[in-house]
Write a protein that binds this ligand. Sequence first.
Ligand code: ASC
Length: 129
Amino acid sequence: GNDDVEDAIEYRQAVFHLVATHFGHMGDMVKGKKNFDAVEFQYRANSLDALAKMPLEGFTVPGSDKGETKAKPAVWEKPELFREKLTKFQKDSSALATAAQSGNMDTIKPVFMETAKNCKSCHTDFKNR
Ligand code: ASC
């Protein structure tokens, strides 16, 4: 196979894997499945904020629309919309990192829920199950 293409697909999957790890632990705290730890939540929100800037380069390698990927063709057919959604993800993650600094779940929760809503919205358009 094409090493650059395989690397690009592995790269973006690795980024999203870490996104899911941090988001999942935060979600468990928001839902009360796990005790709220403000320091841990801040660490995870800051990590998400950094990760949100990373996926795009994994989608820009030519040919990376083909291969072992869950990305829908829409990523490449609607590049402006895809970039808009990634920018929204970055804004949400930044707002969540700011909210996390409060150490207050009442402040964090609505921002987390808004972020989760936009995760789902982007997956509907751009990710195969
Ligand atoms: C998660 C996860 C997603 C999002 C989405 C939020 O924890 O793995 O894909 O949250 O379900 O709506």
